[in-house]
Design a binder for this molecule. Structure first.
Ligand code: FES
Length: 105
């Protein structure tokens, strides 16, 4: 499956994400600069913050408590904010579109 990442300048990147792999891992493996994943996916850095396109947001499992508190300290959180290390690829999410915050490029 693939995911589409769009940066704040409109640059669009398609990455391959294996089923069960999270978006942060796949993005950092494939050299997407705007997703850092400093903490390695344990929800303590928020450098993997993304805005999930509305049509995809509802397909994701609910935001957990720890994720929610990290999103509070992320820059410019929005209603559709998620930590990309918590977005695990499934068949249903093939083609998911996420946008990067202006602070990440
Ligand atoms: Fe650190 Fe997602 S990689 S919170």
């Amino acid at each position: 499956p693939t995911a589409i990442i769009i940066d704040s300048k409109g640059g669009q990147y398609e990455i391959e994400v294996e089923i069960g792999q999270n978006l942060m891992e796949a993005a950092t493996d494939q050299g997407i600069d705007g997703i850092i994943g400093e903490c390695g996916g344990v929800m303590s850095c928020a450098t993997c913050h993304v805005y999930v396109a509305p049509e995809w947001f509802d397909k994701l499992p609910a935001v957990g408590d720890i994720e929610e508190s990290m999103l509070d300290v992320a820059r410019d959180p929005q209603d559709n904010s998620r930590l990309s290390c918590q977005i695990e690829m499934t068949e249903e999410l093939d083609g998911i579109v996420v946008h990067l915050p202006v602070s990440q490029f």
